[in-house]
Design a protein around this ligand. Structure first.
Ligand code: CDP
Length: 222
C-alpha cells in the first residue's frame, strides 16, 4: 500500500514519515532529497548562476544521476557518494524550487519514485505525492504549520549541520519556497482533495504520528 505525506517546507513531513516507516516496517522514500540531489549537482556545474541553458544542463545531470537510499531512506547516495548532509545546506534549499520546476527533472524523478515503490508498502513525502506521484495512495496526509514554527524547526536542523542561520532570513526563505512550490505550472504544492490535513503547530511529533498510524492500520488490517 502507499502512504503520501505532502506539505510545505519544514512542516515535519520527513521526521514524521521516518518514524511511521520504522514502526510499521514500511519503506520510506524522501522525494525532496531527490530534488535536492539534483540541485546539488546543478550548483556544482553552474555556481548558482541561472541561465537559458539550464534545461539542457539539467537534462545532462538527470541522465547521469544515480540515486540510492540506504538505512530506510535516512541516507542518500548520489552517484555513489553519501551526500545526506550536503543536500540539506542553505545553498541547496535556496535553489531547489527553481530546479524542481523543470519538466525534465520532474518527469525523471517521478518515474524513479514510482519505481522505488513498486511492490512495496511505502510511505513517501513531498509536495505532489498525493496529487501526481500516487493519486491512488490509500492514505494521504497534508501536514501544515505556520512559517514561524517551521523556521524554528529548520533553524535547529541547520545548527546541527554547523550553520548559524538567521531566523528572519529563514522565515523569508521558507515563505519564498512555499510561494514558488505552490505557483509552479507542473505539479504545484497543493492538498489533494482526499487528504487529511493536520496542523502541527501545537502538536508534538508523537501526537502527529499517533494521528496518522491508525489511518494506515485500517488498510493493513484488511
Ligand atoms: O524538507 P523540506 O520541507 O525543506 O523540503 P524537501 O521535502 O526536502 O523538498 C525540497 C524542495 O524540493 C521543495 O521545496 C520543492 O521545491 C521540491 N520538491 C518537489 O518539487 N516535489 C516533491 N515531491 C518534493 C520536493
Amino acid at each position: 500500500m502507499k502512504v503520501a505525506i505532502d506539505g510545505p517546507a519544514a512542516s515535519g513531513k520527513s521526521t514524521t514519515a521516518k518514524i511511521i516507516a520504522d514502526e510499521l516496517k514500511f519503506i520510506y522514500i524522501d522525494s525532496g532529497a531527490m530534488y535536492r540531489a539534483c540541485t546539488l549537482k546543478w550548483l556544482e556545474k553552474t555556481a548558482a548562476s541561472k541561465s537559458d541553458a539550464d534545461e539542457k544542463i539539467l537534462a545532462g545531470i538527470i541522465n547521469d544521476l544515480k540515486i540510492e537510499f540506504t538505512d530506510n531512506g535516512k541516507t542518500i547516495f548520489v552517484n555513489g557518494k553519501n551526500l545526506s548532509n550536503e543536500i540539506r545546506s542553505s545553498n541547496v534549499s535556496q535553489n531547489v524550487s527553481y530546479v524542481a520546476s523543470f519538466e525534465v527533472v520532474r518527469n525523471a524523478l517521478v518515474e524513479k519514485q514510482r519505481e522505488f515503490a513498486l511492490g512495496n508498502n511505502v510511505i513517501m513525502d513531498g509536495r505532489d505525492i498525493g496529487t501526481v506521484v500516487f493519486p491512488d495512495a490509500e492514505v494521504k496526509i497534508f501536514l501544515n504549520a505556520s512559517a514561524e514554527t517551521r523556521a524554528q524547526r529548520r533553524m535547529q536542523d541547520l545548527k546541527n549541520l554547523g550553520e548559524e542561520p538567521d531566523f528572519d532570513l529563514l522565515v523569508a526563505e521558507i515563505k519564498e519556497r512555499d510561494r514558488l512550490d505552490s505557483q509552479r505550472k507542473i505539479a504545484p504544492l497543493t492538498k489533494a482533495k482526499d487528504a487529511i490535513e493536520i496542523s502541527t503547530d501545537d502538536k508534538t511529533l508523537n501526537e502527529v504520528t499517533q494521528a496518522i498510524i491508525p489511518e494506515i492500520k485500517k488498510f493493513i488490517a484488511e
